[in-house]
Write a protein that binds this ligand. Sequence first.
Ligand code: IPM
Ligand code: MG
Length: 357
Amino acid sequence: MNYNIAVIEGDGIGPEIVNAAIEVLKLAGKKYKANFVFKKAKAGGAAIDYLGTPLPKETIQICLESNSVLLGAVGGPKWDILPGNLRPEKALLGIRKELGLYANIRPAKLLPELKTACPLKKEVADAGFDMVIVRELTGGMYFGENGRKNGPYGPEAFDTECYSEMEVERIGIIAFELARARGKKLISIDKANVLESSRLWREVIHKLGANYPDVQLTDMLVDNAAMQLVKNPKQFDVVVTSNMFGDILSDEASQITGSIGLLPSASLGETKRGMYEPIHGSAPDIAGQDKANPIATILSAAMMMRLSFSQEEAAQYIENAVSRVLAKGMRTADIALPGESVLSCSQMIKEILDELK
Ligand code: IPM
Ligand code: MG
């Protein structure tokens, strides 16, 4: 099979980690007879510097013509002074919207090899956890009406959280189906004790629940969820939540797996074309220093094989190689304990590639 992959390296550590995923995909492709053509496109700060806009039209076009998109990360302090609509982050939101990628799948699993890197109490880490956060990705406050105005106390700014039934229903279906295929437990996270948009969210999710009598549905308020994630993460199987709550909770969930440098993600819509990216950012503080953890991006490539190309074996081949390297005690700085030897990004990549050969 031939696949065209749009590659957006982005900013900061983006190029280092994306190139790792490309090398991994090439090896997986060789073994499983998939031929990849990679086409680079610019977005984020790199595009601002080059073309004066975070998301050039040509980039959207390259993404639309591809079978999937691989993305590193965007943003950095250099572009923090720009107005909201010209910031690098706008590129990420724009691609998600333009490609209709409304469902963001973020698995957070404590790998047995990394129990010691988990910051939670030993008994909680020993119990382990394996959850998937399904984050709504093209609605809510990140896309709602916003602006600045003058109020009774002077200048004000506002952002609006708005969800249509349609948006909640389509993300709900993704989450219920995933729960059905996994542990048959779905926790829907909202703030229905305060927000009207959350009350609508809850109504729609419960209506859908009638079609999934085999899935146990529980509501949880987002503040409680933030606490439960560190108190008893094992209770979560599939979680469904809004764009903003999912953004926040998935960072929290990543940290209890040991490091945000480990978590992959897939953004999906109505077609097989997805965008695959680590959940972490561009880490400007370590950019260009060969210190990044490439694992989240490599595991994102595995998700691409599984979800966009239906190559389950190739996905497992990549995931198993990562597990074996971790089992051997290989650690980048973010997951090393005091006293453990630390691999650079390129050394970690080499270990994983050697494992795949
Ligand atoms: C993420 C990131 C993005 C988001 C930023 C960079 C716009 O935090 O993918 O979680 O908020 O979605
Ligand atoms: Mg985030």
